[in-house]
Design a protein around this ligand. Structure first.
Ligand SMILES: [Zn+2]
Length: 406
């Protein structure tokens, strides 16, 4: 079965007859939905197939919820019922359809040039919201410069668009020798009737999708990324109207970056590179200062006479280095609670001192600070979520030592 959308992919409206309509429950966007299954004699609303998504379409101005091909039948899922034998007026969202046609035909063109220039067969493709991916096999080529391939391929593809050669769709009966030349990744198991072959730039491909009629309708193809994936390569591209949209998004991003960096786009690379260098230097200096502060604070504690019964220290920054120096220099004899992280939120705690004191008070302090942790020797360590409760932990320690004194 060849549907009207495949026979004439530029048809935007169409009238047909309702063959059947029955209530059903189907999965739509992952949810079970009660609706009506409407089978029409023919359709211009393309059902998903060959990697191309379904069209957005309307029957008698009501939106089609979901669309699929079942053997030779075009099945439309609708919110309302339709009377069998009645005429139905169909309309498609042309912007979406034309976009799908531009991306799908561009995929054929890219795959054709990959095969003709490099002998790289296409293994899969997908049409996504922002770009289209083509995956191809390079396992027969030991070394390949992907960026060079990208620019060569892009030039070759756009050269074909400039030449504006036609795109032809031919129908063959199954078993026709004419099919032998056509590339295929296999027909669906429930395929019936004639087989479509889409031809462009000397490439012939079995395909059920809707296609543009001449290459100039692709306007332009821009490859936006290329990357190896195991022994294959994935490239992503935008074609047709998507090129302008994508370019505008990138320009807006560039303008915003220019405002933030207070510099022209041409200087972005140098400015960001200098900022990153400075930031690394500052980070290094901060770590060194933190260690010096830890050492000074530890000395201050050791010089106290009489020695403090306990000390509580909090640091805002990630204090792994600080904790290591401070705890080792203060020594095990002083009972100390060290916390670090967001003053009112989450962070870490270490409670250190004699084993019996740590075993008794460590879990209580950890609970006050809303955390989980464990004692090991003379140290209780844990991740906490309520550093705002630090005054309560300090109070617990004060009360404990007052009691001990009495
Ligand atoms: Zn195709």
């Amino acid at each position: 079965m060849v549907f009207k959308c495949q026979e004439d992919s530029f048809l935007k409206t169409f009238s047909t007859v309702v063959k059947s309509c029955k209530p059903v429950e189907v999965q739509i966007d992952g949810k079970a939905k009660k609706c009506f299954e409407v089978v029409l004699e023919d359709t211009i609303i393309f059902p998903e197939g060959g990697g191309q998504p379904s069209d957005i379409g309307y029957i008698d101005q009501m939106k089609v919820l979901k669309m699929c091909r079942r053997g030779a039948e075009a099945v439309h899922y609708m919110d309302c019922s339709f009377r069998e034998g009645n005429t139905a007026s169909l309309e498609i969202d042309w912007e979406t359809r034309f976009d799908h046609m531009q991306q799908h035909s561009s995929q054929h063109l890219i795959s054709a040039k990959l095969q003709q220039i490099y002998k790289f067969p296409t293994t899969s493709w997908s049409l996504n919201k922002d770009d289209t991916m083509v995956e191809f096999d390079i396992s027969n080529t030991p070394k390949i410069d992907l960026l060079r391939l990208l620019s060569q391929l892009e030039l070759a593809v756009n050269e074909e668009i400039k030449n504006n050669s036609p795109v032809k769709v031919t129908l063959f009966e199954p078993g026709d020798p004419g099919l032998q030349k056509a590339v295929t990744r296999g027909l669906p198991a429930d395929h019936t009737g004639p087989i479509r072959v889409v031809s462009m730039v000397g490439d012939e491909n079995m395909c059920c999708g809707t296609h543009i009629d001449t290459l100039s309708r692709l306007q332009m193809v821009k490859i936006v990324s290329i990357a190896p994936v195991k022994k294959k390569v994935q490239l992503r591209f935008v074609a047709g109207d998507r090129v302008l949209k994508d370019f505008n998004v990138r320009l807006a991003r560039e303008r915003n970056l220019s405002k933030l960096l207070q510099n022209g786009a041409a200087d972005h690379e140098v400015v960001v590179s200098n900022l990153l260098k400075n930031s690394k230097l500052l980070e290094k200096n901060l770590k060194e200062c933190s260690l010096e502060v830890a050492s000074l604070m530890a000395r201050e504690v050791k010089e106290q006479n009489p020695p403090p019964k306990f000390i509580c220290v909090h640091r805002k920054e990630d204090a792994n280095g600080f904790a290591r120096v401070f705890l080792s220099e203060v020594g095990k004899d002083v009972i100390k609670l060290l916390t670090w992280g967001d003053e009112k939120g989450a962070g870490q705690m270490i409670f250190e001192g004699p084993e019996d004191v740590v075993a008794d008070l460590g879990p209580k302090i950890c609970e006050i600070l809303g955390g989980k942790g464990a004692a090991r020797g003379g140290r209780f360590q844990g991740a906490v979520s309520a550093l705002k409760n630090r005054p309560k932990a300090t109070q617990l320690l004060s009360e404990h030592f007052e009691l001990v004194q009495k």
